[in-house]
Design a protein around this ligand. Sequence first.
Ligand code: ATP
Ligand code: SF4
Ligand code: MG
Length: 332
Amino acid sequence: MTSIATEIGRALLDVSGLTTRFHVGGGLFAGRPSVVHATEDVSFSLGRGRIVGVVGESGSGKSTVGRTILRLETATAGSVLFDGTDVLGLRDRQLFAYRRRVQAIFQDPGASLDPRMCVGDTLAEPLITHGIGGRSERDDRVADLARQVGLKTDALRRYPHEFSGGQRQRIGIARALAVGPELIVADEPVSALDVSVQAQIVNLLQALRDDLGLALLFISHDLPTVEFLCDSVVVMYLGRVMEIAPAADFQQAAAHPYSRMLIRNVPRFGGTLDDTATADGGETPSPLRPPSGCVFRTRCPHAIPLCADTIPPLEITAPGRAVACIRKDALP
Ligand SMILES: Nc1ncnc2c1ncn2[C@@H]1O[C@H](COP(=O)(O)OP(=O)(O)OP(=O)(O)O)[C@@H](O)[C@H]1O
Ligand code: SF4
Ligand SMILES: [Mg+2]
């Protein structure tokens, strides 16, 4: 299957039919072996300097998509092309080179920072690993990175525990930027921060995109932030893409019944998606046993018997828009 273009021209990242399943159980005390359908047939594209948001309730497969693109999980099927090169087949030196071009930031910046390393060394480490620059060039680069993310130069001598959550995330971002990536996979990078700090980090990410032409895959529970920051939105449910749409008018123009359900739930949950959103339309089925046909049918107010028989293909409905619903033309 071809991926859904969210812009014109060759994509920087082209994800097509990406499927990642986890085999669980089967041990002495772990019950019968079964398969977690974490992502199934996920397709989308991301252009240079663009920001694509990935949204969906907890467990919908957002992180697994990001981690599979980063080669932290092993794909079961599908393809990921980065600048035209097959990422899933990369080995050794090519994989090392890929890791320079695609970096990651995570929800908890503290977890990815070594508490025994001062910030200056933390930022220099990836430069050393990738053999970038001599001692004095590295020092200059580290000072530039600190400035770029809004850290004072005296921060370089201090240790992670001396910083607030927001400042630690700035350090995490600077570390990701150190090797000059073209794409950053940002998995809930502001979710753990105070609301007032979230906006500062989101503004920083936007400035980095504008100044450096950086592309971002922005995984988030927060629809208003996605609408503000992103160019397009990929909506996931139970491992599958339900809809791809421009971000700017997502909350007004969403077409898929699941997207609309998420949007309805936003005010109720303080502006963010939450697994308690299952209150609307009942429980989310287990990814161990996803429903036949459309995976959303057990919660969908528009389901008809045919929805149990057919997996709806993700079909382009307009430039940059695609919907996976067999009733998309008949919905009110
Ligand atoms: N390593 C793993 N082994 C087994 N199951 C896994 C593994 N990683 C993820 N899963 C399962 O895959 C599904 C998708 O998980 P994932 O973390 O990608 O969802 P998510 O959308 O990022 O959720 P959240 O919003 O809570 O971060 C979930 O059912 C999860 O329990
Ligand atoms: S295919 Fe059927 S169950 Fe799925 S979203 Fe469309 S109407 Fe609802
Ligand atoms: Mg996640």
